[in-house]
Design a protein around this ligand. Structure first.
Ligand SMILES: [Zn+2]
Ligand SMILES: [Zn+2]
Length: 335
């Protein structure tokens, strides 16, 4: 990405092993993320460009001398944050705070990519790269794990009412996750019918198209005036957060997984008096793969249904356009 609205496909040097803990991966499947649209709207011009893409299924090409758990030919899930798998944060299941994880690499919207901390990060699969479940498996590198993180940290559980703001892939997969965690009522807030239909398939019991004060009133109506126990903000803009605060039940939780595009918002006395918890955050998706993978493999869940378009590498600029114009929900990229 060379600036807002400016995505180009360019030739770049092939990545190589730089550290003994690296692997070099060939990209089998990648995609454009809703969070990629934030820089697509606002990134300042960068003359040398910024490599994009953070969700992928890879095939291991080459490994460094210290890598023990994956080898050439292995098909792997590549979570969107690098993690060593051994530090205190990784062992706690908060791989996003890994003490060694902040490493720059090329993007996943590419033919090849270097993966640092291969043993801690990569998750080896027993499937072929042409397997029809690859799109579903790809969601475990970010959006499904992120939706699950939202529902879990928010406290979705049997008996709970969960409201989800946002009908993008993360919002829809938060619906699916809330259903898996046993939530009784799931209110999806979105206005794009094809998406909210998928949300109903994933377990939404109600759909609210209104937003802002009207949306708040609609959810309060549906919940006897009280609001929802758990509200997932899968958008990240301030009005969505304000809406979440407006529809959460006293004692409930607002779980944010849309990357906040604001620095400050309501968190003062009014929220204090209502005992509202603010939770969520960048999702340690590596921690959830063991839990979510079986359902993807046995077909009992279909998170891959969030992909409604597929393009080759050369058409990535078009993929951004389609998602930005909301003509596509999520675009799969196969180099
Ligand atoms: Zn993403
Ligand atoms: Zn770590």
């Amino acid at each position: 990405m060379f600036g807002a609205g400016d995505v180009r496909v360019v030739d770049a040097p092939d990545p190589t092993i730089e550290q003994p803990t690296d692997a070099v991966l060939r990209v089998a499947a990648a995609c454009v993320c809703g969070s990629d649209l934030h820089p697509f709207h606002s990134m300042p011009v960068r003359e040398r460009g910024y490599p994009m893409g953070h969700e992928m299924i890879g095939v291991v090409e080459e490994i460094g001398s210290d890598v023990a758990t994956v080898g050439p030919g292995d098909v792997v899930i590549v979570p969107f944050v690098w993690s060593c798998g051994r530090c205190d944060f990784c062992l706690e299941g908060l791989q996003t705070s890994c003490r060694f994880g902040r490493q720059r690499t090329g993007g996943a919207q590419a033919e090849y990519r270097r993966a640092p901390l291969a043993d801690g990060t990569l998750y080896r699969l027993d499937v072929d790269e042409s397997d029809e479940r690859i799109p579903g498996l790809l969601t475990l590198s970010d959006v499904y794990g992120t939706g699950y993180h939202a529902a879990l940290t928010g406290g979705a559980a049997p008996g709970a009412t969960v409201a989800v703001i946002g009908d993008g892939a993360v919002g829809l997969l938060a619906v699916l996750s809330a259903r898996q965690l046993g939530a009784e009522r799931i209110i999806l807030m979105g206005r794009h019918e094809a998406r909210t239909d998928l949300g109903r398939r994933y377990g939404a019991t109600d759909v609210v198209a209104a937003r802002g004060d009207e949306g708040i009133a609609a959810v309060r109506d549906l919940t006897g005036g009280d609001g929802a126990h758990v509200v997932v903000d899968a958008v990240g803009h301030l009005p969505a957060y304000e809406q979440a605060i407006g529809i959460v039940r006293d004692g409930g939780a607002v779980s944010r997984v849309g990357v906040p595009q604001y620095e400050t918002g309501p968190i003062g006395r009014a929220q204090f008096e209502r005992n509202i918890t603010i939770t969520g955050g960048v999702a340690p998706v590596r921690a959830y793969i063991d839990r979510l993978l079986p359902g993807v493999l046995d077909g009992s869940v279909d998170p891959g249904a969030v992909f409604d378009r597929e393009v080759g590498l050369e058409d990535i600029p078009e993929a951004y356009r389609l998602m930005d114009a909301r003509e596509a929900l999520k675009v799969l990229v196969r180099p």
